[in-house]
Design a binder for this molecule. Structure first.
Ligand SMILES: C[S@@+](CC[C@H](N)C(=O)[O-])C[C@H]1O[C@@H](n2cnc3c(N)ncnc32)[C@H](O)[C@@H]1O
Length: 396
């Protein structure tokens, strides 16, 4: 048997070892063909979620990663790279956010049907499905591994199942939400991926604090409706990006959804500190200090979304600054699109257009889309995707 080299993150070097017996073969190219929307029993807005020990879907045997072949996660320093020690003191901002999401009841799919923002919820779920489908590879020579940062109650589990991933890791600062996400996964029927869940403040702590040392790198890191909590300070934004880039494999994607800073800026430039409608409200305490988001951190506003978010502090993510900062972490921008542009581009797509119909994102005449106040609220957001670039480590 020929000894093989493998990266040992504990010692930060490559070591020789005899290859272990393979547990499973790599998935064949065809095995990762995407499922057509609508072929799954559950509808997108009825997502439910699960636990590592359960057996995977019978129609798609789970391929365990051959960890020996993977570069393990880049080690994270105990201190963040910008020289400040990882924070230990509880932070008021994160406590408010954590409490808010922990206190929100999991209302279940039938009650969700009566939500006053049912169309908006469905639309946002559709946007996330578009993003996931766009940036999850159709085929892969290795098991697909996904990190859902700020996974909440596991609202995207079914979307990831449809994208035919193999391993899912969900992390969130809100412990109650994490256990609800775990239960959701446990209750999922015929799920095709293995999942694990961790409680973690992704803006103040390292992923290494919770993940097994030899965890395979991620193909996708997803951050849906969460990153605007990180831009409270440079340190938090950097810790988050360090977690993303160290977790991703080369060529891996970082995808997400955030409020569009251009829209916020245009309101503030009109002298409006407060705006919204019956469904949502944005409220700043003071005008921009220099008429712009410079420095780009700490621009706080209070956000209200009916039936979802009750006046929780959020922070503007000035997109230009976010992009420049991401570049420092070898993350190169691939895609930035406001939600309504995504809708215009994808609404006639054979699969995604059909998904809009199935998810009920149609008016009373059956035309696809959302209208009025819900539309204004959806237009507040944009979606992004970055790719991890860099030099591939060669085994010695
Ligand atoms: C609006 S919810 C979105 C949940 C989920 N991503 C979705 O799209 O349904 C925002 C989530 O971000 C989480 N979050 C906020 N700050 C966080 C932090 N510092 N670390 C990890 N998760 C955080 C919250 O607990 C909450 O679950």
């Amino acid at each position: 048997m020929i000894p093989q080299t493998m990266y040992d993150p504990a010692r930060d070097c490559f070591t020789s070892s005899s290859p272990p017996k393979p547990q499973a073969q790599s998935p064949s190219k065809n095995s990762r063909k995407r499922r057509l929307p609508g072929t799954n029993r559950d509808s997108e807005e009825e997502e439910i979620g699960n636990v590592p020990s359960r057996s995977p879907s019978p129609h798609r045997p789970l391929k365990r990663p051959n960890i020996r072949k993977e570069r393990a996660l880049d080690p994270l320093p105990a201190e963040s790279s910008h020289g400040e020690p990882a924070a230990k003191k509880p932070c008021v901002g994160v406590d408010v956010v954590k409490k808010h999401y922990n206190d929100r009841r999991e209302i279940g799919r039938s009650a969700r049907k009566y939500s006053p923002i049912i169309k908006l919820r469905a639309f946002n779920n559709w946007i996330k499905s578009c993003l996931i489908q766009k940036f999850t590879p159709y085929t892969s020579d290795h098991p697909l591994v996904v990190l859902d940062m700020g996974c909440g109650k596991g609202g995207d589990l079914l979307k990831w199942d449809k994208a035919r991933i193999n391993i899912y890791v969900g992390v969130d600062v809100a412990d109650v939400s994490v256990s609800q996400a775990r239960n959701r996964y446990r209750d999922m029927k015929r799920v095709g991926f293995e999942a694990s869940f961790y409680v973690l403040d992704c803006f103040r702590r390292s992923l290494r604090d919770v993940l097994p040392r030899d965890h395979p790198p991620f193909d996708i890191v997803s951050m849906q409706f969460c990153m605007h909590y990180a831009f409270e300070s440079e340190r938090q934004a950097r810790t988050l990006l360090e977690n993303v880039t160290r977790g991703l494999r080369l060529g891996g994607k970082f995808i997400g959804t955030i409020p569009n800073s251009e829209i916020i800026e245009s309101h503030l430039k009109e002298g409006e500190l407060k705006w919204g409608n019956q469904f949502y409200r944005v409220e700043f305490e003071k005008p921009l200090p220099n008429g712009c988001f410079r420095p780009p951190f700490g621009h706080r506003y209070s956000f209200f979304l009916q039936d979802a978010v009750e006046d929780v502090p959020e922070y503007v993510v000035p997109f230009g600054a976010f992009r420049s900062l991401a570049e420092e972490y070898n993350l190169e921008l691939l895609y930035r699109k406001p939600f309504m542009d995504i809708f215009q581009e994808e609404k006639q797509d054979r699969e995604l257009g059909y998904l809009l119909d199935r998810m009920g994102v149609v008016d009373q005449d059956g035309r696809r889309g959302i209208q009025g106040d819900e539309r204004e609220c959806a237009a507040f957001y944009l979606a992004f995707a970055f790719e991890k670039r860099g030099v591939r480590l060669q085994a010695l």
